[in-house]
Design a protein around this ligand. Structure first.
Ligand SMILES: Nc1ncnc2c1ncn2[C@@H]1O[C@H](COP(=O)(O)OP(=O)(O)OP(=O)(O)O)[C@@H](O)[C@H]1O
Length: 284
């Protein structure tokens, strides 16, 4: 089986005269969680919809699980799972009936009880979807997205509206799906979510990938200058340095032991991300 789940070269898409995707390249490996970040209108949804086979393209090469999504087979469609940006599941059916309904479209669906357990909805199996909270409905969306045992799962803004505890549980669910070998493409505006989940990510601005890599090292993050801050008798102090250990040693000698309110920090993913966006805006 090929190592690459998604390969995109020079993807282009315009809506009338508005260019939404402008020569985008992407490589997503099988089994990884891949994050896609970018400001509103950057072309993320358009790109993902093309990968899912739900939107045509104007140019470029796209291969998803070995096929062109624009001409993909019925079998290919059964390998893809999608959790849309907006809730799609609603109505008078119960949770179990809803998930069972979608299961019939797939050749080898997951066990209903198992999937309800995985998404934390066992106790709500008999409840009508209309009576669920927003976060619970989102879990039904996830159950529907993965019931067909997809090899590749697209998650678009999956935790919008979740409370913090529900988000953490959801992250565990996504990790467990990835541990089972599912490739996951995650689009999110929550940088902490992408940082917690993604093995690699791409930042899309103006219809192009402007940076790509491991969230921990993106944009030279790991090797960027550290900021050492502490509380001096005159007030708070801050020092940017390439050698924080040396600075801390000097401070420890100066204070003869514990350094008051010591912190050492490097740029967050958000700092790097906002810097990239600003750079692109200035260049445009
Ligand atoms: N169906 C459409 N018809 C016309 N223009 C569209 C259509 N869909 C998207 N666009 C435009 O294409 C550009 C890219 O949109 P897209 O939805 O792909 O961005 P996005 O990165 O997903 O944004 P968001 O983070 O807000 O979801 C935007 O300027 C948008 O207004």
């Amino acid at each position: 089986m090929a190592e690459t789940a998604v390969r995109v070269r020079g993807l282009r898409k315009a809506y009338k005269d508005h260019v939404a995707v402008n020569g985008l390249d992407l490589d997503i490996r099988r089994g990884e969680i891949f994050g896609i970040l970018g400001p509103n209108g950057a072309g993320k949804s358009t790109t993902v919809e093309i990968l899912e086979g739900h939107r045509s393209r104007d140019g470029g090469e796209v291969e998803v699980l070995g096929e062109d999504p624009g001409r993909a087979s019925r079998q290919w469609k059964s390998w893809i799972g999608i959790v849309w940006q907006n809730e799609v599941v609603s109505g008078e059916l119960t949770v179990a009936e809803t998930v069972r309904h979608y299961a019939q479209y797939f050749p080898d669906p997951r066990d209903l009880e198992e999937i309800l357990h995985v998404v934390g909805l066992t106790e709500k199996a008999g409840a009508r979807v209309t009576g669920l909270s927003g976060g619970q409905r989102r879990r039904v969306d996830v159950a529907v997205g993965v019931i067909g045992r997809p090899e590749l799962l697209f998650l678009d803004e999956p935790t919008t509206g979740f409370d913090p505890a529900a988000r953490r549980q959801f992250w565990d669910l996504i990790r467990s799906l990835a541990d089972d070998g599912t490739t996951i493409v995650l689009t999110s505006h929550y940088l902490d979510e992408v940082e917690a989940l993604a093995d690699r990510l791409a930042v899309v601005v103006g219809g192009k990938v402007v940076a790509e890599g491991d969230p921990a090292t993106l944009g030279g993050r790991a090797s960027a200058q550290a900021t050492v801050s502490w509380l001096a008798p005159e007030g708070p102090r801050e020092y940017r340095t390439d050698t924080p250990t040396g600075v801390i040693n000097d401070l420890a000698a100066h204070f003869r032991g514990e350094i008051p309110e010591l912190t050492v920090s490097r740029p967050s993913l958000e700092d790097i991300y906002l810097g990239l966006i600003k750079e692109q805006e200035t260049a445009a």
